[in-house]
Design a protein around this ligand. Structure first.
Ligand code: GLN
Length: 539
């Protein structure tokens, strides 16, 4: 008898249907009923983790407390559930193969031929069950990346098929997320793609227990009946997932559709409690009924792609609700910002956030943006590369070091105000070698940072190679840019602020990875509040 119950979520017809949100919403409902629930994601690609992937390929790379570079869906899991995920919650084919090959090299397979079935599937199964061992969780939801029918997903589907037998039907349920497209010419919703993807799943030996149907229009009773009949599920297990304005509505919709009930029935979980969604509802109310509105410029290199800054955008949603302020984020590409047009473009902004990033492209635009908001006293928030750019701008324009730079952008700069950490100097491998995960930060008294955190200490997540160069610290300090957060052991600068500015904060770490619906991040909350004050003062 397993310790936990397992839910597997597969996807059909097309990618980008929002498996992560459906999984997180179901998890939220089960959690709100008192079940200890966690989620994990299995990705079929060969990269060992998404850390080496370009944001255009894969959106944001989400970093966990333990320093794992993971899929952005883990961000949704943490934001919805207010739990901490770890390396265990995200597994790729690359990691599975790496571990099987290491075992083979050690001789663990005792002369046997190593094959996809059973060796790769065994490794997958072992990892799928890991979070359910040790009595920490009642339910483990596993989201399987990709779409059913993809060659690379096959070992995962096979692993689920085997687990259904091994765990027993009452301990294991499969949800298939699919698309029911609307053909505008025929003015009709079409079930055929769903029938085909359910059939593909059946060819691999799995009969879905629950169908979640993404749709732009309501599914009629007849259509639900038809889907149930052709797809071998009961009618109550045909769940409609209609398009909504905010992802935070999805748990409520899934509750109304009875997704959590059907899943619990299949898993023989006998609970007559109603989910306690009071906190969630109150967040939604504040989110949907703001009292004022602010416009914040998001300056970055990958702004065309919404997913690149997912956690930042969601942190603004949490902070907006907390302030009862609508946050309109206007993305601006940093390479389009020259000194002249910054003024025109920024006129409508009540605050500016300069985003994290890598490489040289667009950095002069970021520096122009920062100079403007510093001089105009517009609230400024710099994250990681954004903080580094604020340091460079100050060095160039206030400390009068015109060629100051980061050695990432100019290895020969005479003033490397941002430089490489010693332990980074001899690293050749790119994957998993940055300063990653949660690090301690001592917060200086009498700083804005201290007021915001209301604490002398915090721990925040990192993902970078370069650092504020200590050698310049006294010069910056003399001119009013101070280190408000410092790592207590290494003395590395974690946060800077400007004494002469109402709200000018740069952080070397990524606060956006820690903001959740239940606990909006204090830095975002205070920044939105500062932008709101600035907006009021302009009126
Ligand atoms: N490129 C910078 C570094 O590696 C900043 C990284 C980031 O913004 N995440 O230090």
């Amino acid at each position: 008898m397993p310790n936990a119950k397992y839910v597997f979520v597969t996807g059909g017809v097309t990618s980008s249907l929002g498996k992560g949100i459906i999984s997180a919403s179901l998890a939220k409902l089960l959690q709100a009923r008192g079940l200890r629930t966690t989620i994990q994601k299995f990705d079929p690609y060969i990269n060992v983790d998404p850390g080496t992937l370009n944001p255009y390929e894969h959106g944001e790379c989400y970093v966990t407390e333990d320093g794992a570079e993971t899929d952005l869906d883990l961000g949704h899991y943490e934001r919805f559930l207010n739990i901490k995920t770890s390396q265990t919650n995200n597994v790729t084919s690359g990691r599975i193969y790496q571990s099987v090959i290491e075992k083979e090299r050690r001789g663990d397979f005792l002369g046997k031929t190593v094959q996809v079935i059973p060796h790769i599937t065994n490794e997958i199964k072992e990892r799928m069950l890991l979070l359910g061992k040790g009595n920490e969780h009642d339910v483990v939801i596993t989201e399987i990346g990709g779409t059913v029918g993809d060659i690379e997903s096959l070992p995962y589907i096979e692993a689920v098929r085997q687990l259904r037998w091994e765990l027993g039907r009452e301990n294991c349920v499969v949800i298939h997320l699919t698309l029911v497209p609307f053909l505008s010419a025929a003015k009709e919703l079409k079930t055929k793609p769903t029938q085909h993807s359910v059939k593909t799943l059946m060819e691999s030996g799995i009969n879905a227990d629950v169908l979640v149907c993404r749709t732009e229009h309501e599914l009629s009773d007849d259509l639900r009946k038809k889907l149930a009949l052709f797809c071998n599920v009961e009618q109550e297990a045909v769940i409609q997932s209609i398009d909504v304005k905010t992802i935070y509505d999805v748990p409520i919709l899934m509750y109304e559709e009875g997704l959590d009930k059907v899943v619990m029935k299949r898993l023989e979980i006998d609970l007559d409690t109603k989910p306690d969604l009071a906190q969630w509802q109150s967040f939604l109310k504040r989110h949907k009924h703001p009292k004022s509105s602010v416009t914040i410029g998001l300056i970055g290199k990958y702004v065309e792609l919404q997913d690149s800054y997912k956690s930042i955008l969601e942190s603004f949603v949490h902070a907006g609700a907390s302030n009862e302020v609508e946050v309109k984020v206007v993305p601006l590409h940093s390479s389009d910002l020259d000194e002249k047009d910054v003024h025109n473009k920024f006129e409508s902004f009540d605050g500016v956030l300069v985003a994290p990033g890598f490489g040289e492209r667009g950095i002069e635009g970021k520096i122009n943006a920062i100079k403007y908001v510093r001089e105009q006293k517009i609230p400024f928030f710099g994250i990681c590369l954004g903080m580094q750019m604020a340091v460079i701008e100050y060095a160039r324009n206030v400390l009068q070091l015109p060629r100051a730079n980061s050695v990432e952008m100019d290895a020969d700069t005479p003033h490397p105000v941002i430089s490489l950490m010693d332990e980074q100097r001899n690293i050749a491998n790119k994957g998993g070698t940055m300063r990653l995960g949660a690090w301690a930060c001592a917060i200086e008294k009498n700083t804005l940072l201290h007021k915001i955190y209301n604490s002398d200490y915090t721990e925040e997540r990192h993902r970078h190679r370069y650092e504020f160069n200590d050698a310049y610290y006294d010069q910056f300090n003399k001119y009013g840019m101070v280190a408000s957060g410092v790592n207590p052991q290494t003395k590395l600068v974690e946060a800077i602020e400007l004494l002469s500015h109402p709200w000018f904060v740069g952080v070397q770490y990524h606060p956006e990875y820690r903001s959740t619906v239940a606990q909006p991040h204090p830095l975002f909350v205070d920044f939105v509040n500062a932008c709101n004050n600035y907006a009021q003062s302009k009126k």
